[in-house]
Design a protein around this ligand. Structure first.
Ligand SMILES: *[C@@H]1O[C@H](CO)[C@@H](O)[C@H](O)[C@H]1NC(C)=O
Ligand SMILES: [Cu+2]
Length: 191
């Protein structure tokens, strides 16, 4: 009798303990708000004009919220947004654009940043027409679809060369993806 009662009490205590452990805590208002704040994204540096008419790196994988920051080397490059279908041409009237960044040596005093919003591919090119940089292969992509053999950076470049003609620059500096020009955080770093 005594033993059975003890077991019953023990089982009840266990049940209480179990429900206390397994029940999901009810979030307070502050906890809910905190979870909705996106974590600070990583910054991916891209060097414009390192190793000739190219972006280095030119194929970037970035998470939504990440920043892609372009650093400019000599002599006179830009970053402009296109799509896959029309290489070396701006994607509509809101294409992002750094403007031309002429510099004789070292790194330009300003950088150009965009913020990645989702995992869709973002295509970009240098719109310098003197020397046809884009037609010569100066282009890059963020979040290329690696499941596709068609929408590759290699094919973008091949099509840019094949279509030829002259690049167009977007009308204004700034544009999509919160594009902005900022002081170079580390202009003396040796790229
Ligand atoms: C840089 O290139 C742009 C576009 O071709 C041109 O308008 C500008 O004059 C160039 N700047 C310098 C300093 O060469
Ligand atoms: Cu260029």
């Amino acid at each position: 009798m005594f033993a059975a009662k003890t077991i019953t009490i023990f089982a009840a205590a266990l049940a209480t303990l179990y429900s206390a452990v397994s029940a999901a805590p009810t979030p307070t208002k502050n906890e809910v708000a905190a979870r909705q704040i996106a974590p600070a994204g990583a910054t991916h540096s891209v060097v414009v004009g390192r190793g000739g008419l190219r972006f280095d790196p030119d194929n970037i994988v970035a998470e939504p919220g990440d920043i892609v920051e372009f650093h400019f080397l000599p002599r006179n490059h830009s970053v402009a947004q296109s799509n896959f279908a029309n290489p070396c041409q701006p994607i509509g009237s809101t294409a992002f654009f750094s403007g031309f960044v002429p510099i004789a040596y070292g790194q330009a005093p300003d950088v150009f940043q965009i913020t990645v919003e989702d995992r869709n591919p973002i295509w970009f090119y240098c719109s310098q027409t003197t020397g046809n940089h884009c037609q010569s292969g100066m282009s890059g992509v963020i979040n290329q679809n690696f499941d596709s053999n068609e929408f590759t950076l290699a094919r973008y470049r091949a099509r840019a060369a094949e279509i030829g003609g002259v690049s167009t620059s977007p009308a204004a500096v700034g544009g999509n993806l919160a594009a902005r020009v900022l002081p170079n955080p580390n202009p003396l770093s040796g790229f």
